[in-house]
Structures are given as structure tokens and as C-alpha cells.
Design a protein around this ligand. Structure first.
Ligand SMILES: [Fe+2]
Length: 255
């Protein structure tokens, strides 16, 4: 159950805060290693990867981003609304960050369409179970758990995105990926560096000021990383392989 009332007295020393932030950083490193070992990552970053497969994998990850994006935004505004009401200062910083994320699903959709995706289908289809599970997880965390769990899902999001989009930028330049379909990737490779720092700072602040927040944040982290990024990537990669197979079949090439 959420434990918000009456735990706003500073509880954590600087050493405890630092130790927790380092603990989360180690979990992030472990997550990044898991991502690097995953099939979608290995096949996309394989130097011999077919350009078409790379393009399709990105195309369908962008579709997933469009699918879960609104759920993350709505969940996060819910979490913000449940923060202690005597902390408008905290709310203001988090609202500003969330506002900067609001239209990123649409940004992803625009690149998906540039890569040949059907906008009407994207807007009207049922989302994949992977995006549904991700959306449901962030909504449950934001609505039913301590609102500080939000930091546990937003931080890995913001910390991994600039690393992965940065790596993609190099790869896509080599693969001749259409420059006009890189808006989402190029934007996030830059913007999420500062967002990641902001979220890390917020984690330290909240852990130092609210008793129990570290446990809430870690629970949010563990729930979130069980549904993102790997299950999302796997769904997107399966979709990419299907389209590649259909394209190869239509052109008479071997699958
Ligand atoms: Fe961001």
C-alpha cells in the first residue's frame, strides 16, 4: 500500500541516498547488459544485418512507442496528482518534464509513417499485448502504489533511451536509414541526456526527503523493467521479421 502520510521528515543521510542511487545505477547497467544480449539488439547491431531488417525493427519499435506513449503520459500525470499537496515545488518540476514528453508518441508515429507505416491502421488497431502490459503496469504503479514508484519507471526510460538512440544514430548512418525518419531517434539522443540527469536528481531528492521512497522507487523499477524494454522490443522485432518475410516472399527472395 502507498505509504505517503506522515513520512515527510528527512530520513536518509547523504550516504544512504548515494548508496541507493548507486544501487539503481548498477541495476541499470545490468539491464543494459540484458538488452545487449537480447536477440533484437544482437540482430539489429550485427554488422552484417540486412538494412531492411534494421529499418523494419526501428519502424515497429516506433509503433510500440506510439501505442504505449499516451498510457505513460496519463499514468504520470496521475502520479503527480497524488504527490503530497504541500509540495508544489516537486510537482512543478515533474509536470514540466512530463509536458516535454506529451507529444513524443505522435513524433514516433510520424517517423513510423515516413518508414511506410499506415497511420490509420496504427491509430485504430488494438495495441500489442506487450504495449498493453507496459501501459497497464505504469498505470497501476501510478494509480495504486506510492506515486514515488513513478520515478522507478521513468528513470530507466530516460537513462537507457539516450544510450540506445546514440548507438542507433551511428548504425543508421552506416545503413543508409532515411534521414527524414530519424526525428524521434535524433531528438531523444540529445534531449534524454538532460532528462536522465533530472530524474536521477529527483530520485536523490525524494529518497532524502521521504521515508520509504527508495523502496517505492525500486518496486517501480522492477515492475517496469519486467515489461520494458525487452518485451516491447521482442514484439516489435517479431513484427519486423513478419514484414520482411512477406516482402521477401512477394519479391521471390529467400526469407
Ligand atoms: Fe525524455
Amino acid at each position: 500500500m502507498p505509504r505517503l502520510q506522515g513520512h515527510e521528515t528527512p530520513m536518509a543521510t547523504d550516504a544512504v541516498v548515494t548508496e541507493f542511487v548507486e544501487h539503481i545505477e548498477r541495476k541499470l547497467d545490468k539491464l543494459l547488459k540484458q538488452v545487449e544480449m537480447s536477440e533484437p539488439y544482437r540482430r539489429v547491431f550485427d554488422p552484417t544485418a540486412e538494412s531492411k531488417l534494421v529499418l523494419l525493427a526501428i519502424k515497429y519499435v516506433l509503433l510500440e512507442v506510439f501505442s504505449y506513449g499516451p498510457h505513460v503520459t496519463e499514468a504520470t500525470f496521475t502520479a503527480i496528482s497524488r504527490l503530497p499537496k504541500n509540495r508544489p515545488d516537486l510537482m512543478k518540476v515533474i509536470i514540466k518534464h512530463d509536458l516535454e514528453e506529451v507529444d513524443h508518441g505522435e513524433m514516433a508515429l510520424a517517423d513510423f509513417v515516413t518508414l511506410g507505416g499506415n497511420e490509420e491502421w496504427a491509430r485504430t488497431r488494438r495495441i500489442t499485448p506487450a504495449s498493453f502490459a507496459m501501459g497497464a503496469t505504469v498505470r497501476m504503479l501510478a494509480e495504486r502504489e506510492s506515486p514515488f514508484c513513478y520515478l522507478g519507471y521513468m528513470y530507466p526510460f530516460e537513462a537507457l533511451t539516450p544510450i540506445l538512440t546514440g548507438r542507433l544514430q551511428e548504425l543508421l548512418s552506416r545503413k543508409g536509414f532515411p534521414v527524414n525518419a530519424r526525428r524521434f531517434i535524433d531528438f531523444h539522443a540529445e534531449e534524454d541526456v538532460s532528462h536522465s540527469k533530472l530524474l536521477k536528481h529527483l530520485i536523490a531528492q525524494v529518497v532524502s526527503e521521504f521515508n520509504g521512497a527508495a523502496e517505492d522507487i525500486e518496486f517501480g523499477f522492477d515492475c517496469f523493467t519486467s515489461v520494458d524494454p525487452l518485451p516491447i522490443w521482442e514484439a516489435a522485432f517479431t513484427h519486423a521479421l513478419m514484414e520482411l518475410q512477406e516482402a521477401n516472399h512477394a519479391s521471390g527472395s529467400p526469407a
